[in-house]
Write a protein that binds this ligand. Structure first.
Ligand code: RBF
Ligand code: MG
Length: 178
């Protein structure tokens, strides 16, 4: 496949806890009509934080989150974020999540790097490079979780073939360009 580039705001997901599946995901706005078949893919992603994105540390959740999320009293603003992050490898799911039977297609990106915080409202630049498998309905939560662990391993390996695209300025921003 020809790599597909998508760039849009990160929005709230279904709140089902992709974290518990071992793959905290960023759900990308306006991405229900991509020109690719439903499936699980690998590629790259870059986080870009705007001036108006207020990212806060939520001590009750032991992670960072946006200002509309969680208990405001337990949140502490932080201002130390870089605006443009490095380009990381990612695995993503595009489609209806047959395990849960969604009615709208979503693009959910799991960045293969431990951020430990959410970044709703920020922009994610996503380059989808290669399909790993079809979306599936498993017998139970554990089977889905095991499949996702495999996706993360396979994706990290497969994506090496495309590593030259990390430096492609038509997709991603230079770190010192912000
Ligand atoms: N959902 C499914 O219903 N079937 C899948 O096969 C499936 N595979 C996934 C693989 C990866 C790498 C990721 C990041 C997500 C996958 N999901 C799948 C989506 C998952 O169910 C969803 O992110 C959570 O339910 C939170 O919305
Ligand atoms: Mg999500």
């Amino acid at each position: 496949m020809k790599p597909i580039f998508v760039e849009d705001k990160i929005v709230k997901g279904f709140g089902r806890g992709s974290r518990e599946l071992g793959c905290p995901t960023s759900n990308i706005d306006n991405s229900s009509q991509l020109d690719i078949p439903n499936g699980i893919y690998c590629g790259f992603a870059q986080l870009v934080i705007h001036n108006d994105t207020q990212i806060q540390y939520d001590s009750s959740r032991q992670q960072f989150s946006d200002s509309q999320n969680g208990d405001a009293e337990k949140q502490t603003s932080i201002t130390v974020f870089p605006k443009v992050f490095p380009v990381y490898a990612m695995v993503c799911s595009y489609g209806y999540n047959p395990q849960y039977g969604n009615t709208e297609r979503t693009l959910e990106v799991h960045i293969l790097n431990e951020f430990g915080f959410d970044f709703y409202g920020a922009t994610l630049k996503v380059l989808i490079c290669q399909k790993l498998r079809d979306e599936l309905k498993f017998n139970n939560f554990q089977e889905l979780k095991d499949a996702i662990a495999d996706d993360k391993r396979n994706g990290a390996i497969e994506v090496i073939k495309y590593k030259h695209l990390k430096k492609d300025n038509s997709y991603f921003q230079d770190l010192n360009e912000s």
